[in-house]
Ligand binder design. Structure first.
Ligand SMILES: [Zn+2]
Length: 480
């Protein structure tokens, strides 16, 4: 008996809840995943969503009116596309507004610099901060410096240009400087903090991003220089004369709220089993947040919609979540990002979360599938390869352990992750800059993302695969 007939007779007997699920590797399941994949490739939902979101609301800083309005609109968008149980999960947040800022070399070499204040960096005193700079080539160098070498000065860390990598791995060492650098400099008595932008481009455009609080308090005014300006300051420092810099910022924080937007496509026979498709709604203020991360929302909503439109509803529930407030640090754990809020609010319901994935790496093509450790070499991985290989996605031996900032908080609570790794070679040319705008999205690559998500999700949603119970195929499962 075919699975379809079996399901039909089970339904007739009122036994839908007990209908046996197909295996992901069953020929009919793989075939339907391919049908869904190809329909998703032709869908225009992703381009529609990302175009509307970035055009209607522009930048969507965490906790801003713009993010709140965008969330309300996105909830309507989900409802209009057939999602059910659409709701908005609000939570308190400390918002941050950039205000006006400036940076310049003063004295004999006086010249303006292109810089941006880092997120959640405090304002300078009225009139700005003016001091001699002290340059370091790494965090370790700064940490090793005696306080007397830093006190009253502007700390400048120049790690050199970030290396563009397909998997984005050049990013980590640089974000450590952005997050923790101002705190380390402040503890040594620095007046302000400046760093080379975390980016792989040589445009005269700074990259912002959040800096962290220390013990619930903001540290010192902190800025990122555009790459050519960072080069310039480093050359000036190398001349061996004192370099004086002047920085101003009117940034401020304010009490507000952010929110997660959640919508379900309920499963046909096992609606309590949840698959989370995550992305984030907030963006930095400089661009319109097209690649970071309107694209992720576009990809996930379009993939789920392609499945809904396939004429068959999978057994399990697909849950799209546009998380609020992914980008910013907060003073305390009392407020936080949307990912943490969702995981905490779900509580025991997380036991029924089958798996979660996140799209937050732009809109360029997917090249690799990463699965939980137990799925390496499994029949599921083989079935997924049959669906994804024809569109250029290879199964990776790299295990998906973290999920991403938004879905990540569910990991320690037992939820497994999948990852569809995107080509990040040019992502950090644009990331957190004024250049993160709609025109940077390549519609063909966006469609390939939607197809990869939809095909994979069909296999997960209409099968019995249990990623928690899977044991690694061998004891030497690679982990990174
Ligand atoms: Zn992002």
């Amino acid at each position: 008996m075919s699975r379809r007939l079996m399901t039909a007779s089970a339904l007739a007997l009122g036994l839908a809840a007990f209908a046996p699920l197909a295996h992901a590797q069953d020929a009919a399941t793989v075939q339907q995943a391919i049908v869904v994949r190809d329909a998703a490739m032709r869908s225009n939902i992703a381009l529609d969503y990302v175009t509307q979101l970035t055009t209607r609301f522009g930048a969507r800083p965490a906790g801003s009116k713009s993010e709140q309005n965008a969330a309300a609109w996105a909830a309507d968008y989900l409802r209009a596309n057939g999602f059910q149980n659409v709701r908005i999960e609000e939570f308190p947040l400390v918002g941050w507004e950039r205000g006006e800022s400036s940076a310049a070399i003063v004295g004999d070499n006086a010249q303006p610099l292109v810089a941006a204040a880092l997120g959640h960096s405090p304002a300078t005193p009225r009139g700005g901060v003016e001091a001699e700079i002290v340059r370091f080539a790494s965090m370790e160098e700064l940490q090793a410096a005696p306080d007397a070498a830093v006190r009253g000065k502007i700390v400048y860390i120049d790690l050199g240009q970030m290396h563009p990598m397909q998997d984005g791995s050049g990013y980590g060492p640089q974000t450590r400087v952005r997050g923790a650098g101002p705190g380390v400099a402040a503890a040594k008595g620095a007046a302000a903090f400046v760093m080379r932008s975390v980016g792989s481009d040589e445009n005269r455009i700074p990259h912002t991003g959040t800096t962290r609080y220390v013990d619930g308090k903001p540290t010192i005014p902190a800025f990122a220089l555009a790459a050519p300006d960072a080069d310039q300051v480093s050359r000036l420092a190398a001349l061996g004369q004192p370099v004086r810099m002047r920085l101003t910022s009117t940034a401020r924080t304010y009490e507000t709220h952010s929110q997660n937007v959640i919508g379900d496509l309920p499963g046909a026979t096992r609606p309590d089993e949840i698959i989370v498709l995550g992305s984030h709604m907030d963006s930095w203020d400089l661009g319109t947040g097209a690649i970071d991360d309107a694209a992720g929302g576009a990809i996930t909503v379009a993939a789920a919609k392609a499945i809904a439109d396939s004429g068959r509803r999978p057994a399990r529930t697909l849950r799209v979540i546009f998380y609020g407030s992914e980008e910013v640090a907060q003073p305390t754990a009392q407020t936080g990002n949307g990912g943490g809020v969702y995981a905490k609010a779900q509580g025991a319901a997380l036991d029924k979360h089958v798996i979660a994935g996140e799209s937050d790496f732009g809109a360029d093509r997917v090249y690799a599938l990463r699965l939980p450790a137990g799925a390496q070499g499994s029949d599921f991985q083989k079935a997924a390869t049959r669906v994804l290989y024809p569109i250029g996605v290879l199964a990776s031996d790299r295990v998906e352990t973290e999920g991403g900032v938004d879905v990540g908080p569910m990991g320690p609570l037992g939820v497994p992750f999948f990852g569809l790794a995107q080509d990040g070679t040019r992502y950090f040319d644009l990331h957190h800059t004024a250049n993160d705008t709609l025109d940077k999205i390549d519609p063909a690559q966006l469609s390939q993302n939607v197809a990869a998500w939809a095909g994979l999700l069909w296999l997960i949603a209409d099968s019995d695969v249990d990623f928690r119970a899977m044991k690694p195929a061998s004891s030497s499962t690679p982990a990174h």
